[in-house]
Design a protein around this ligand. Structure first.
Ligand SMILES: [Mg+2]
Length: 168
């Protein structure tokens, strides 16, 4: 593994609802691939928080959005996509590039100007960097749509990536 592939282009330090739409735009981005579990909703919840829905609704005015989830449950990801009126891919096996690449190729989206937003280095960020997408790391969200303070998995990933020289 090339270690630089674990480094997000933008380590935002905030949960998704605190990402500024205009700051994303200023980086020349037009398409956003969004991770689901952890990024938009805690893994064991089913209903999208209204703050997250509001953020998505505003984002739709500026970007093309698509959900890209490793979750194997089609019904879970479809239910979340339906709440947000978005297209989705499930069982994506990130850091594999295949599902992302399949979607990019069939939809005619350009990789230039496309970003993946996610909460995990070893899946979302690695997949995005391998594909040459812009990569944005967010803090996991809690059930209120705010930054989850109990953030052990991301902290461990950052620690490992730092030890092998891949994060800073
Ligand atoms: Mg996630």
């Amino acid at each position: 593994m090339k270690v630089k592939l674990l480094k997000p282009r933008w380590d935002s330090g905030v949960s998704i609802i605190n990402l500024s739409h205009s700051e994303i735009q200023s980086r020349g981005l037009k398409t956003l691939f969004l991770d689901v579990d952890g990024t938009l909703i805690p893994r064991h919840e089913n209903n999208i928080n209204h703050l997250v829905k509001d953020w998505i609704d505003i984002a739709k005015n500026h970007f093309y959005l698509h959900l890209i989830s490793n979750n194997p449950s089609r019904s879970r990801i479809k239910n979340i996509a339906d709440q947000l009126s978005l297209t989705y891919s499930y069982r994506a096996s990130k850091p594999s590039r295949k599902k992302l690449l399949d979607f990019i190729n069939t939809s005619g989206i350009s990789k230039d100007g496309s970003a993946i937003i996610g909460d995990r280095l070893f899946t979302d960020i690695l997949a995005g960097n391998r594909l040459g997408l812009y990569t944005i790391l967010v803090k996991p969200t809690n059930s209120n749509g705010l930054t989850c303070l109990n953030n052990n998995i991301q902290n461990i990933e950052i620690k490992i990536a730092s030890i092998i020289g891949a994060f800073k």
